[in-house]
Write a protein that binds this ligand. Structure first.
Ligand code: C5P
Length: 243
């Protein structure tokens, strides 16, 4: 059984549907949800998503497609993915107010009571301030650009944003308790940082204001993925991890 109240969405980053399904079935009892992204979706499509979720014991799906196009096209994409009943879907906040509004309307129409919650992507963590300048965003500091796009997401009716653990506290303070903060860039003290640069531990990120955590390789690449996921859940809950 999935753990109630467990905030961890495990990122199954692979194009291999069999590998993703095997990970899902191994860790389903020790995480709160499954994150599948663009790489998996491009390789395996909706049928592949369905196959993985069939191994996930009813866990919620976070479909991280980071949609960004004209309003009509994004709305069509949101309507189409509603068939997969994702709990969360990501949209680039930089797509602008009309796109965010169209996405929200599409989710309400096609998803009904089980509509997906839409999360805004603000500034990709792969971008530096110099990159922001080069792509032609206003000359704002990174944190100002993140706050600005988060505000746009909020005003556009989105349910929350994806953000780094270092942005969680200020966004929580700015947008109140009901705004979803889905936070990647998280590493337990006992795992490798991999290519993540400015990490926090799961417990620190939750204290900073995250509502959910996205954690991939510390679970999927562990010798015992379910054990690693349980250890993370124990640390978040303040229990002494049993190893
Ligand atoms: O393996 P790891 O825990 O680093 O995986 C983190 C997941 O979160 C990956 O799927 C990655 O694409 C995603 N992500 C991220 N940073 C962002 C947005 C998404 O690491 N800013």
């Amino acid at each position: 059984m999935a753990q109630r109240g467990n905030p961890v969405f495990v990122a199954l980053d692979t194009t291999d549907a069999a590998e993703a399904a095997a990970w899902a079935s191994r860790v389903a009892g020790a995480v709160g949800g499954i994150k599948l992204g663009l790489e998996f979706f491009c390789a395996n499509g909706p049928a592949g998503i369905g196959a993985v979720m069939g191994e996930a014991s009813g866990l919620p799906l976070f479909l991280d497609l980071k949609l960004h196009d004209i309003p009509n096209t994004v709305a069509g994409g949101v309507r189409a993915v509603c068939a997969l009943k994702p709990r969360y879907v990501t949209i680039h906040a930089a797509g602008g107010p009309a796109m965010l509004k169209a996405a929200g309307e599409a989710a309400r129409q096609a998803g009904g009571a089980e509509r997906p919650k839409l999360l805004g992507v603000t500034v990709l963590t792969s971008l530096s301030e110099d990159d922001l300048d080069r792509v032609g965003f206003a000359r704002r500091a990174m944190h100002e650009q993140v706050a600005n796009l988060a505000r746009l997401a909020r005003e556009g009716g989105l349910d929350g944003v994806v953000c780094s653990p270092h942005e969680a506290a200020s966004l929580r303070a700015a947008f109140g308790p009901d705004f979803v903060l889905m936070v990647p860039g998280v590493r337990p003290s006992w795992s490798a940082a991999d290519d993540q640069k400015r990490v926090m531990t799961p417990a620190e990120a939750m204290r900073a204001g995250a509502t959910h955590l996205v954690i991939g390789r510390p679970i999927t690449k562990a010798a015992d993925p379910a054990g690693a996921a349980r250890r993370i859940a124990d640390e978040i809950a303040g229990r002494n991890a049993a190893a």
